[in-house]
Structures are given as structure tokens and as C-alpha cells.
Design a protein around this ligand. Structure first.
Ligand code: PEP
Ligand code: MN
Length: 341
């Protein structure tokens, strides 16, 4: 359930409600909105007496939340969540501006990464992606440069002001990734690693949560709920394509209908990854346009200075020329839906 406080309720009244929730053996999460504050009551409250909370001073009403994902639900919070990515370029996901997060699949060479970062910024990107810890299907494939790669990303931020988005694969990597990155990316393969999700929920850095490749929409939102329940409200939902019977013309199938549906069910911003969503660079620009047209709040995509020689995911990486052209055409789509890049 959620306890909706009256407009102008005092901190003492909110504190009192929080105390009562804890007395009932339930967890609380205070969400301060621009209009009013709500206290989310988390836990099994089916047999608890709602009317007891309704009587407290400053409480307007107590309403049950029907969705299984509670804090992620739009029942809980009417205003859309905005996530500030970091860096110095003012990248915010969830507003009218649509940030573009671009960069190589894996961090490779320091000089080339910094050079690429400058060019991405010049073309309009406001955040740099790049994996230092790579979740690879084969244990013999390139696993990423680990801390060395994180240092290169931080150097690229230093040089350009781009925010850094990079994957954290396990709980033991969190402190290191927090040290260098602005955003913690949870990969598709870890989308149901509940211990990891709960642990990033304890941090206060933004989380870019990829959809698991066979997660349903409900499972996706419940994965986000693990992060939110830890008190970290800075969550972005990233659609990156799912496994279907198609494996030839695309690597994954990009189900863009999830973008408006997530917006209907949740206040969290939605990011689309057309690189992993298609696996083919020639499909990426058109799917960027489609993603923006259907309401994506940000794009994340793979760009490499020389895709043919990329250590990972070269087939789905744009080169710089393709990236610049994509940015120009997507800008026009953004304007058509009252947004900007
Ligand atoms: C990536 O971003 O390079 C990546 C591994 O993504 P995903 O987890 O969506 O496969
Ligand atoms: Mn990749």
C-alpha cells in the first residue's frame, strides 16, 4: 500500500507515519514528489489494518498497490523519474531531451577511446559507454580490461565531460566500478541476479538495468524493484532485445511496444539499445529513429572507430560516419515528437 500525505504535511507527520509502518513490521520508503510526499509500505501488508494509518495526522489517504512491482509502479508515483547521468554535459534521462550514450562494446585502447569520446561528444553524445568487465558466452573470449579499462573511461570523462556508463558483473566488482563510473550497468545476463540487484540498490549511483533476454515485462519491472527497494531510485529500464526464434536477420528481436507499455506502468525512464536489439549495424539507425518515435528517453548504442577490428560486437557497431548521420536523422524524429537530442 501507499500512504499519500496531504499537501504541506510536516516532516514530523511523515516521521510518525514511518514509525507506525515499522511498528507494523513493514518496510518504508519515503518518496518526495513536487506536489506531495508518499510513503511506500513494502512487505506483506495484506493482513495489516490500513485504517490505522489513515487516522494519522497529515495523511490524506491510504491506497493499496495492485501491481507486484510496487515502487516501480506508476500507481506509486505520478511524476516521471528523471535520472541525472553525471559528467559535465548535463545529461538527464527522463526529460524532454533525449541523451545519447555511445561508445565501444568493450574498452580497448586508451588513446583511441579518448579520441572516439571527443568525436562522439562533437556529434552530440552526452555519455560514453564501454565495458571493462565483459560477460562473454565463452570463457576463452576477451573478458575486458577490468580496472585498466575503468581508468581509460575515467580519463575519457576527464577529457570530454561525457558521463561514464559501464557494466558491473558481480557484487565484488561494485566498489571498483563505483570508484570510476557515473552509472552502473546491469547486463542482460545478470537481469535476474537478485543478490547483485539488491546490492546496487544500496548504492546511490544511477543504474542502467538491461532487460534479461527472456524476461517478461513483469520480471523486468520486478528486477528494477530489487534496486528500488534498496532505496536507490535512480533506475533506468533498458530494452536491449529478447531471444526469439529469429536468429538469422537479427541477433535479438527488439520489441519496441514495451517502451509505451513501460511508460504506462512505471514512472521510470526507458532507454533503448538498438545495437544489441538487432545485432546488425545496418539496422541500428532505423531502430534508433523508431525508438525515439515511440517514446524512448535515451538511446545507448555501440560505436567503434574501426568496427571491423573491434574486439567485441563489431557487427552491430556503427562507425563514426554512420553515427553522425544517425544523429542528424534522429534529431528530426525527436522534434516530430516534441523532444530534442
Ligand atoms: C553490452 O552492453 O555490451 C552488453 C553486454 O549488453 P547486454 O547485457 O545487453 O548483452
Ligand atoms: Mn556489446
Amino acid at each position: 500500500m501507499i500512504v499519500v500525505m496531504k499537501q504541506g504535511s510536516t516532516p514530523a507527520q511523515i516521521e510518525h507515519v514511518v514509525g507506525r509502518v515499522r511498528e507494523m513490521g513493514l518496510k518504508d520508503q519515503v518518496i518526495v514528489g513536487t506536489e506531495r510526499t508518499v510513503v511506500a509500505v513494502i512487505g506483506n501488508d495484506r493482513f495489516k489494518d490500513r485504517s490505522a494509518l489513515e487516522r494519522a495526522d497529515g495523511v490524506e489517504k491510504v491506497v493499496p498497490i495492485l501491481a507486484s512491482y510496487k515502487i516501480a509502479s506508476s500507481e506509486m508515483k505520478k511524476e516521471r523519474t528523471q535520472v541525472t547521468l553525471g559528467g559535465t554535459l548535463g545529461a538527464v534521462v527522463g526529460g524532454t531531451k533525449i541523451p545519447v550514450i555511445a561508445g565501444p562494446c568493450s574498452v580497448e585502447d586508451r588513446g583511441k577511446l579518448i579520441d572516439l569520446a571527443h568525436q562522439l561528444k562533437d556529434a552530440g553524445a552526452t555519455a560514453l559507454r564501454g565495458g571493462a568487465f565483459k560477460p562473454r558466452t565463452s570463457p576463452y573470449a576477451f573478458q575486458g580490461l577490468a580496472e585498466e579499462g575503468l581508468k581509460y573511461l575515467a580519463a575519457a570523462r576527464e577529457a570530454t565531460g561525457l558521463a561514464i556508463v559501464t557494466e558491473v558483473m558481480s557484487i565484488d566488482q561494485i566498489p571498483l566500478v563505483l570508484e570510476y563510473s557515473d552509472v552502473l550497468q546491469i547486463g542482460a545476463r545478470n537481469a535476474q541476479n537478485y543478490n547483485l540487484l539488491a546490492k546496487v540498490g544500496e548504492s546511490r549511483k544511477p543504474v542502467l538495468l538491461k532487460r534479461g533476454m527472456s524476461s517478461t515485462l513483469e520480471e523486468f519491472l520486478l528486477a528494477a524493484e530489487y534496486v528500488l527497494a534498496g532505496g536507490n531510485m535512480q533506475v533506468m529500464l533498458c530494452e536491449r532485445g529478447i531471444r526469439t526464434f529469429e536468429s538469422d536477420y537479427v541477433r535479438n528481436t527488439l520489441p519496441l511496444a514495451i517502451v509505451p507499455e513501460l511508460h504506462r506502468r512505471s514512472h521510470l525512464p526507458v532507454v533503448v539499445d538498438p545495437s544489441h536489439g538487432t545485432g546488425k549495424s545496418h539496422l541500428v539507425p532505423d531502430m534508433c529513429k523508431a525508438a525515439v518515435a515511440c517514446g524512448a528517453d535515451a538511446l545507448i548504442l555501440e560505436v567503434h572507430d574501426d568496427p571491423e577490428h573491434a574486439l567485441t560486437d563489431g557487427a552491430q557497431s556503427l562507425n563514426l560516419k554512420q553515427f553522425r548521420e544517425m544523429m542528424i536523422s534522429v534529431k528530426r524524429i525527436a522534434e516530430a515528437v516534441d523532444r530534442s537530442l
